[in-house]
Design a protein. Structure first.
Length: 460
């Protein structure tokens, strides 16, 4: 894992149900309910689905997925009822949108276990939801790792080629303004700034240090968006900021980034076709993008996508789902389900609000029954003979391991901006508009980004 990282009948017209065998009368023990995305989104839903499918095949269990017919509590409840009617014993709910649905439906089906990912339900010591396991991830660490390694890689290459550039630009386009998306983005910003600060610490004159430009935006969708595509095309075309790395964070939103990147590269990169064919390394002037949740490189179909992806900010979705399923079938659900006191567990795990397991660097999940491992980071399991990690130009597996060890040692140093009880433009502390960002972005920069002086963050 150290990769670093009840309606008995529902009209068919209103519910999209899983694989080709779903019309069978045989029970389907394992059920995945998708959020508003699809199981081929190359990200959150797909990783969760593949975890269910692989576990079921390896352990001779039946399985299926259910996609709600619309983005509503009613549709999500209908999907759960359909899954239970078809024999579901354990149901996977990936995404913050399932919190209310899970709280209601888990009480109706006390003999069915629910794994709720990226959210939690209200429970207490006196009123525990023993059939619910809530899991969250320290996405800010994955975002930080992606930002730190990419920024370092770019600067290493520039030093080798003659010297640092006077400016470096980055773009972050989140999906919907939600906690996970927000944590990825703010960790990413901090990683970029920390890497630049580390790399330039010997430059005594602040005015001689590179200028860092970061454009930040929420697309408000987890899908390809013409608006998001146009926004990112505009970022790449702005020569004043020299933005060359885009981080689209949310399901199929990556398709907007790859469209923007391909458009820019095909018009501005010399030897573009040689690069697509893998005959040369990524040209320095090329635009690149960052995947999210899973190692998105592995699911890409087209050369222009594969050549231009830099790395991915990971969540340990697959391993967390499979650990939970294993404990379910071993009759050990009590090790992860129900309420636990907020804070560290005796076995080294970490519990958040409402008994949610918080999985990050070197984490324990399941009161010690599951081995300690990294649930966040970047993919670092493929590298060349020099140790350079796939997608990078200079950054090595040795450097990545050093970063991992430092992050474990300094856990808590990556700040999540706008904590509980603090409102910065929304009830979850997530700035979602220009009017909030102009005020709060300055506060974030001053309080959380450390000593690097030449940085400009804009919500665009």
């Amino acid at each position: 894992m150290n990769k670093f990282l009840k309606l008995a009948v529902i009209p068919v017209a209103f519910l999209i149900v899983g694989n080709a065998t779903s019309c069978s009368a045989s029970p389907k023990e394992i059920a995945l309910i998708t959020d508003i995305g699809d199981i081929d989104d190359g990200s959150f839903n797909q990783e969760s689905w593949e975890a269910c499918k692989d576990f079921a095949i390896d352990n001779n269990k039946s399985y299926d997925f259910y996609r709600p017919f619309t983005d509503s509590e009613f549709a999500r409840s209908c999907a759960i009822k359909q899954a239970v009617a078809k024999g579901a014993q354990v149901i996977i709910l990936p995404g913050f949108k399932f919190a209310t649905t899970c709280a209601i439906e888990s009480k109706k089906y006390p003999n069915v276990n629910f794994l709720l990912i990226d959210s939690s339900i209200e429970q207490s010591e006196d009123n525990p939801a023993n059939n619910v396991c809530c899991v969250g991830f320290k996405c800010e660490y994955s975002g930080f790792a992606a930002g730190y390694t990419i920024a370092t890689d770019l600067m290493m290459r520039d030093i080798e080629d003659g010297g640092l550039k006077d400016k470096y630009g980055y773009g972050y386009c989140g999906g919907m303004a939600s906690p996970g998306v927000y944590e990825f983005g703010f960790g990413y910003i901090q990683g970029i700034c920390k890497a630049t600060d580390d790399f330039c610490k010997d430059i005594k004159d602040d005015s001689s240090k590179p200028k860092i430009w970061i454009n930040y935006n929420y697309a408000q969708v987890f899908a390809q968006s013409d608006t998001a595509t146009a926004t990112m095309k505009g970022w790449l075309a702005d020569d004043t900021k020299d933005i060359r790395v885009l981080f689209p964070c949310g399901g199929k939103l990556y398709q907007s980034a790859t469209e923007a990147v391909q458009y820019y590269n095909s018009h501005n990169v010399k030897n573009y076709n040689d690069w697509l064919k893998g005959n040369i390394e990524a040209p320095r002037e090329a635009a690149r993008w960052v995947g999210v949740d899973s190692d998105q490189y592995r699911g890409l179909k087209y050369d222009y996508e594969k050549s231009s992806i830099y790395t991915s900010a990971l969540k340990g979705l697959k391993v967390a789902v499979q650990h939970a399923l294993k404990l379910h079938y071993n009759d050990q659900w009590s090790l992860i389900g129900g309420w636990r006191k907020e804070g560290p567990t005796d076995s080294g795990g970490e519990i958040g609000l409402n008994g949610q397991w918080i999985l990050g660097m070197n984490s324990v999940f399941g009161d010690g029954e599951v081995e300690r491992g990294d649930y966040v980071g970047i993919p670092a399991d493929e590298h060349d003979e020099k140790g350079v990690i796939r997608g990078f130009s200079r950054y090595t597996i040795t450097q990545c391991e050093e970063l991992r060890n430092n992050l474990i040692k300094e856990e808590g140093s990556i700040k999540v901006y706008g904590g509980s009880g603090t409102e910065y433009g929304s009830d979850q502390g997530i700035p979602t508009g220009m009017e909030n960002w102009e005020k709060d972005g300055v506060k974030f920069r001053d309080e959380y980004l450390g000593s690097y002086p030449n940085i400009d963050i804009k919500y665009i």
